[in-house]
Design a protein around this ligand. Structure first.
Ligand SMILES: Cc1cn([C@H]2C[C@H](O)[C@@H](COP(=O)(O)OP(=O)(O)OP(=O)(O)O)O2)c(=O)[nH]c1=O
Length: 206
């Protein structure tokens, strides 16, 4: 069946592609957007997730502007931010950054905010910011050391991936699991269908 609308995923995150596929959606194009993700002074983590998800979508829109192939396509982007209170734990690049994030998360509640941004075919911007509260068990030095050795913290907000070994750290969670992994599926599908992108007709038949 020919699909009426094309969807560009303005992301380089393999997790986001997997999550979209899980919802039965194959993006027509992946566009990783290299934007400055540094928070502004005293920026709230929720506002950061909102701003960065919009900037990724806007950057993709600017990049396809004069390309007729993508006229009338949808653009979807997201940004996930992990925070303890107002303190934002960025994506760890080095083990020492991951170590301090894991120490901070140990035995505490934190929030995961994912901003989802959708550009519609008539170029309206629609956004949703989704929050999940996560509580980590108290981590032993041994657990932290072995988690660091696994490398699973690399490039992930808050220096952990709930979908991997760090799933064993989660004592309690309130809210969406897929939001923590990087794309809240319920809210994303709601956003898409609300703007005329027919998700369900894309579902495979078995
Ligand atoms: C907290 C958490 C984050 N993450 C990931 C999701 C995101 O890929 C990443 C947060 O960084 P983001 O800046 O949101 O995304 P990204 O740079 O990886 O990808 P892009 O901007 O191209 O879309 O952390 C997990 O995979 N599992 C988790 O449990």
């Amino acid at each position: 069946m020919a699909l009426k609308y094309k969807l560009i995923l303005a992301s380089g995150s393999p997790r986001r592609v997997d999550l979209l596929n899980q919802a039965g959606i194959e993006p027509s194009r992946l566009m990783p957007m290299d934007i400055d993700e540094a928070p502004k002074k005293s920026e709230h983590p929720r506002s950061l997730a909102r701003r960065l998800s919009a900037e990724k979508a806007e950057a993709a829109l600017a990049a396809i502007k004069s390309d007729i192939t993508w006229k009338g396509s949808y653009i979807l982007s997201a940004d996930t931010v992990v925070a303890v209170g107002r303190r934002i734990l960025g994506k760890a690049e080095f083990a020492d950054e991951a170590l301090s994030s894991l120490h901070l998360l140990s035995g505490r509640n934190h929030m995961v905010y994912t901003g989802v941004c959708l550009v519609t075919p008539d170029r309206k911007i629609r956004q949703k910011i989704v929050e999940t509260k996560v509580r980590f068990k108290r981590l032993s030095g041994f657990e932290i050391e072995n988690y660091l050795a696994s490398g699973q913290w690399r490039g992930k907000a808050g220096a952990y991936g709930i979908q991997g070994l760090a799933g064993t750290f989660v004592q309690k969670m309130v809210g969406s699991y897929t939001n923590v992994v990087g794309l809240p599926l319920y809210e994303t599908v709601l956003l898409l269908t609300g703007e005329g992108f027919d998700v369900h007709s894309r579902w495979p038949e078995g």
